[in-house]
Each structure stands twice: as structure tokens, then as C-alpha cells.
Design a protein around this ligand. Sequence first.
Ligand code: SAH
Length: 256
Amino acid sequence: MNIAVPMVSLVGAGPGDPELITVRGLKRLQGAEVVVYDELAGAELLAFVRPDAELVFVGKRCGKHALEQERINALLVEKAREGKRVVRLKGGDPFIFGRGGEELAELAGAGIAVEVVPGVTAAAAAGAAAGVPLTHRELSSGVIFLTGHEKPGKPESSIDWRALAATRMTLCIYMGVKKIASIAENLVEGGLPIETPVAIVSRASWAGQQTFLLTLSELIRGEHGEVPAPALAIIGAVANHPRGVAILAEAAGNRA
Ligand code: SAH
């Protein structure tokens, strides 16, 4: 079967290590005439782009977007209308905190053929880097991805910390490391034990990757110090998985 390649592919680049893009993502990149990318999408991947392809950087620099989202959307539509094969390369997975939904809606609304190529999201890469399973038969029956940085100007937080704490599931917090002490406070006020383990993974899959193993109480006291961006926090029993397993084994021994 010969499926036509759409004009625009929203491609997940993965967390940074170029080996973590999918085979399909790499094929689309190699075939692209225009690549629109942001800085989190590993720059090393650009080595696979055709020499005659047009590269457009639209990422954040010093906290400012090089191009506003509406202009990114307009650019994708314009390049596709020129008949070019366009890759919109996005860090991690395009549909997890990546505004991929907005880009898809804009392109589909303009009648442009578009596909989404998923990517390895930062939480998966962070778990792999830290040796932390995001779910575990004994420790956590689910995982929740949430942002620590809501859309500016949102009247009130849509995050119900008490409800989150009550799930006892693994919480993966994107874009939250600057506010991690207040997030930890909210979770403890919401009912999570103050000694709940936390793994903060900085630059997962990059050369300078680091893992900080802490507890909510240590975060509230600011003991994590400076954590290089980008970083993601994994909160819950799995975050100190070997110790979590030991605690469970001890509890089982006490019951016996
Ligand atoms: N679409 C992306 C997320 C974009 S939001 C994805 O699916 O991964 C950007 C946030 O992702 C950062 O603030 C950070 O919390 C996280 N992040 C991205 N890359 C990361 C990496 N290599 N290591 C740790 N966290 C990362």
C-alpha cells in the first residue's frame, strides 16, 4: 500500500539524545524541504536534514519566543501551501505540553494534510535515566503528567492538589522545577506524606544528565539547590523504587 506522505508532519524529536527519535520521525526529517524546530528538539538531529532544506528556528531564547505561536502556525500553513514537505520538529512528544494540538487544529482548519509522529516524552526519558519505573505493580497503578506552569493569566489554578494527592499515583511534573518547593507544599497540604520520595531528573538523555533523589520535605526546605533546565520531577513511591520495595518487604515481614 502506498500511503501519500502528508504535507506537514508534526514530529516528536524525543528528549534530546538523537537516537531517541522514532524511525518514522527520522524518515520524515530526511525527506523534509522545510524544518521548523525549537531548541529542545535536539540540535544534533539537524545533521540528518537534506543540505538544501530550509531550517527555521522558532524556539524560546532567554524566555522569549523567537516567533509567537500564531506566527508559527501561519508559517506552517504558508510553507505547506507552497507545496513543500514540512516537518515541525518538537521536543519529546508533540501532544504532551507541546502546543501540538493548536498547530494540528490550525493546519487541519486550513485544509492541509497533516500527520502526527509521536515521540519519547520527557517523563519516559526521565524514568529511564533515573531507573525509576513510572508504574509498578506494588507501588503505583498509574501515572499523571501535569504542568507546574499554567498558562499565564489563567484566573485560578485548574490543578486540584488534594485530588491528585489522593490518587497516590506517580506524578510527573513538567515545567515545574522553578516552583517545585511550592508544588511540594501544595501536595503535602493535599495529603501526601511529607517523606514521599521525589526524583528530579535534569537533562534526561543529554550528556550532562543528573538525578536528584529527595523527599517532599527536603524540597520544601529548598535542599535541591540549582537544577539545570530542562528538568522534570517524578513524585511518588516509585521515585525511590529500591527503597520503596524494601519498605514494602519490611511491612510484609512485620505482618507475617
Ligand atoms: N513535549 C515535551 C514537553 C514540552 S514542555 C515532551 O513531551 O517531553 C518542556 C518541559 O519538558 C521542560 O520544562 C521539562 O520539564 C521537560 N523536559 C523536556 N526535555 C527534558 C529532558 N531532556 N530532561 C528533563 N526534562 C525535560
